[in-house]
Design a binder for this molecule. Structure first.
Ligand code: ATP
Ligand code: MG
Length: 357
């Protein structure tokens, strides 16, 4: 029987509660499927590691998880440590070290969830946002000079490479092609950003020629936010730059009901390195240690992890179990207006997995 090696990095805050819950669910699923096993290895990197060692992860940390089949990540963030250290010292180090250049963020309204977008039928909202995850506005190019003086200057340069844009466009077109509607919206801002975004548009036109069966259109990022609210059913797969997709995917998660539900995958499509799956929420120190965190975002991330491992039947079984649990308001956590605990939701999903046996 195949055994998948999963590196677990719970990180900080509620990451320490939702990742063990995800492990439990994956273990129960493996038992129920009886076709593969998981071997989990946990790494205590994050804020606590920083307090002890002065870094978020060991220098050879990437080497320790390099051979895993996938990584399950919680969150990195600690009120006592500056954000740029927690972000760049762990999560982004892994994303960049393993060239996980495609960040994939599905959004759907799950059964039973009271989403703000009330006039939108649940089936109208089935999006996947593809975020360029390796360059663009977050490339870290820029600098400051003459600090504190009237002539002070500061720049953040959005750096895009032809190779970087081509590979994310190709990934997005391929993903759109694999979905029932075969439709892609290329998000841009080339009316105002006249260099990199114009190249982005040109490359979209060029790559589209390789995918004649994909319907695609171009939308300005500002207009796209309005379209997500006013005409949600007109969107399916979207591709956007690092910054644009960062903003659009938070909007998407909020429209679908809660930050606590949404999953994401940081993917190396070429499979040279392990890909990393995580809930999109942060460390949420306000509810940490109370057993109140919604584990659904982690469970849905586990669905993406299973799809990536090439286990679509298991992925579907887990997604069905999650949906039958969200359909019951008594199993909603606080972020969804309910009173359920992390443990209750986890037990209910495991119960459903076994019932579907
Ligand atoms: P970070 O600094 O790591 O981003 P944060 O404290 O900003 O962490 P977020 O995860 O961004 O926390 O979420 C904002 C708020 O949403 C949290 O303070 C919490 O109350 C709520 N929240 C987020 N995720 C969950 C969850 N999984 N379950 C319940 N509530 C959540
Ligand atoms: Mg936050």
């Amino acid at each position: 029987m195949k055994t998948y090696q999963i590196a677990c990095i719970p990180g900080d805050g509620i990451g320490k509660e939702v990742i063990p819950a995800g492990q439990e669910v994956l273990e129960a699923l493996a038992k129920a499927q009886d076709k593969f096993n998981f071997k989990f290895k946990s790494f205590g990197w994050g804020g606590d590691w920083y307090r002890e060692h002065g870094v978020m992860m060991p220098a050879d940390g990437l080497g320790e998880i390099r051979n895993a089949d996938a990584i399950l990540f919680g969150s990195a963030g600690d009120p006592q440590i500056p954000d740029h250290i927690t972000l760049w010292g762990l999560r982004l180090k892994i994303c960049q070290g393993f060239d996980q250049y495609a960040n994939v963020r599905p959004t759907r309204i799950l059964p039973g969830i009271d989403a703000p977008l009330k006039r939108c039928a649940p089936k109208d909202l089935d999006w996947v946002i593809v975020r360029e995850n390796s360059e663009g506005e977050y490339a870290g190019v820029g600098g400051r000079a003459h600090q504190g003086h009237p002539i002070e200057v500061a720049t953040d340069v959005s750096m895009m490479t032809r190779a970087g844009v081509e590979r994310i466009m190709r990934f997005a077109f391929k993903l759109a092609q694999s979905r029932p509607r075969r439709q892609l919206t290329v998000v841009t801002k080339s009316n105002a950003q006249r260099h990199a975004m114009v190249m982005w548009d040109e490359i979209a036109v060029q790559v589209a020629k390789e995918f004649p069966d994909v319907k695609w259109d171009k939308e300005l990022v500002d207009a796209c936010t309005a379209r997500m609210v006013n005409r949600p059913a007109s969107l399916d797969t979207l591709v956007a730059t690092n910054l644009h997709a960062d903003i659009l995917s938070d909007l998407a998660a909020a429209l679908a009901g809660s930050l606590g539900i949404a999953p994401t995958g940081n993917i190396d499509p070429e499979r040279r390195y392990p890909s990393m799956f995580e809930p999109i929420h942060g460390s949420a120190f306000d509810i940490m240690g109370k057993g109140l965190a919604n584990p659904v975002g982690t469970f849905w991330s586990c669905v993406m992890l299973l799809e990536h491992l090439g286990e679509p039947a298991a992925a579907q079984r887990l997604m069905k179990a999650i949906e039958s649990v969200t359909a019951n308001p008594e199993l909603h956590t606080g972020d969804l207006g309910g009173k359920a605990t992390t443990k209750q939701v986890t037990a209910a999903v495991i119960h459903q997995l076994n019932a579907a046996r």
